[in-house]
Write a protein that binds this ligand. Structure first.
Ligand code: F6P
Length: 363
């Protein structure tokens, strides 16, 4: 009987609970045993009560809950080998030899590293006298499967990460609210949205709300953007628009990689475009609240696929990440997806913005 652990790691994202529910129930459906690891890698390192066996009822109601009910953390101890050694021991004590992790690219890379080290960790545990050879014998291989939970939609090789559409919906609701007051006063609003190094949320929010101008890291504006923006906004006003919405991704910068701040945009709109301007930073409102229908579905389908991937894995199979490409749930090699994601940042840093955009799009 396989014993499969599930955990959430990194920043929470709406839909993570749906993923946990699907993994637990699919594991039980296949006659295996399911474990939830609480507080992300922290729970794996601490062990004991932080690793709980889950029954069918334990995940009741999870599908519609926001955040992550099993907790998450950014764990420093797991970054050290000593922490991973302790984590390996805790897993063997609980009899777990497969992990499904729902988190961002950092959390998934950490998991794959753990898998690569696994045989060495077991050897060390035996040599240290922590565990006997007989105890570790059935746990020769560790299976890792990744699910991408992140509001940023910042992993290459998948069309959507769990949480991004809920966050987008939240941003749209917020911009709609700002719209009514902006229109009343004929004001301009600069709205800062999350996304760390990824402009997807800002881009889609701009499309979905009909914003006047957006700033995203992957396509920095041309050098004369200040005049350009004011010109475009004036044109919109001349056409009778009573409000102005400019969306700035938190990672936005110009072509010289100088940060474009909401304050700077506000100053331009006030002083050059002569508009009464306010700034709204949406912050963690974007990450909170209930998951939208799409995220519930994505999390469920991906959780189901993750358990299948665990059960079909051989020692040679590279750790997969479960993706969604053109509406199909597919598996992709986790390390390749992470490497391609990192290349986007490298391309931006090298000011190769065409390549950055191409990589974001690429399957
Ligand atoms: O990765 C998700 C995210 O919400 C980013 O969009 C944002 O930059 C970051 O996390 C904020 O992190 P924290 O919650 O640790 O401030």
């Amino acid at each position: 009987k396989r014993r499969i652990g599930v955990m959430t790691s990194g920043g929470d994202a709406p839909g993570m609970n749906g993923a946990v529910r699907a993994v637990v129930r699919m594991t039980l459906h296949y006659g295996c045993e399911a474990f939830a690891i609480y507080e992300g890698y922290d729970g794996l390192v601490k062990g004991g009560d932080m690793i709980k066996q889950m029954g069918w009822e334990d995940v009741r109601g999870f599908l519609s809950e926001g955040g992550t009910l099993i907790g998450t953390a950014r764990c420093m101890e797991f970054m050290e080998r000593a922490g991973r050694l302790q984590a390996a021991k805790n897993m063997i004590v609980k009899g777990i030899d497969a992990l499904v992790i729902c988190g961002g690219d950092g959390s998934l890379t950490g998991a794959d590293k753990f898998r690569a080290e696994w045989p060495g960790l077991l050897k060390e545990l035996v040599e240290n006298g922590d565990l006997t050879e007989e105890k570790v014998e059935p746990f020769k291989y560790l299976n890792i499967v990744g699910l991408v939970g992140s509001i940023d939609n910042d992993l290459s090789m998948t069309d959507a990460t769990i949480g991004c559409y809920s966050s987008l919906a939240r941003i749209c609701e917020a911009v709609d609210s700002v719209d009514t007051t902006a229109t009343s006063h004929q004001r301009a609003f600069v709205i800062e949205v999350m996304g760390r190094h990824c402009g997807w949320l800002a881009l889609m929010a701009g499309v979905s709300t009909g914003a006047d101008f957006i700033f995203i890291p992957e396509i920095p504006p041309p050098d004369n953007w200040e005049e350009d923006m004011c010109k475009i906004i004036k044109k919109h006003r001349d056409l009778g628009k009573r409000k102005t919405i400019v969306i700035v991704a938190e990672g936005a910068h110009d072509r010289n990689l100088k940060k474009i701040t909401p304050q700077h945009v506000k100053t331009l709109l006030s002083e050059k475009a002569k508009l009464d301007t306010r700034i709204t930073t949406l912050g963690h409102v974007q990450r909170g609240g209930t998951p939208c229908a799409y995220d519930r579905m994505l999390a469920t389908l991906q959780g189901v696929e993750a358990v299948k991937a665990v059960l079909e894995a051989t020692p040679e199979t590279p750790s997969p990440v479960i993706c969604m490409i053109e509406n199909k749930i597919v598996r992709r090699p986790l390390l390749e997806a992470v490497a391609q994601t990192k290349e986007v940042a490298t391309a931006i840093h090298a000011k190769d913005f065409d390549r950055a955009m191409l990589l974001r799009d690429a399957e």
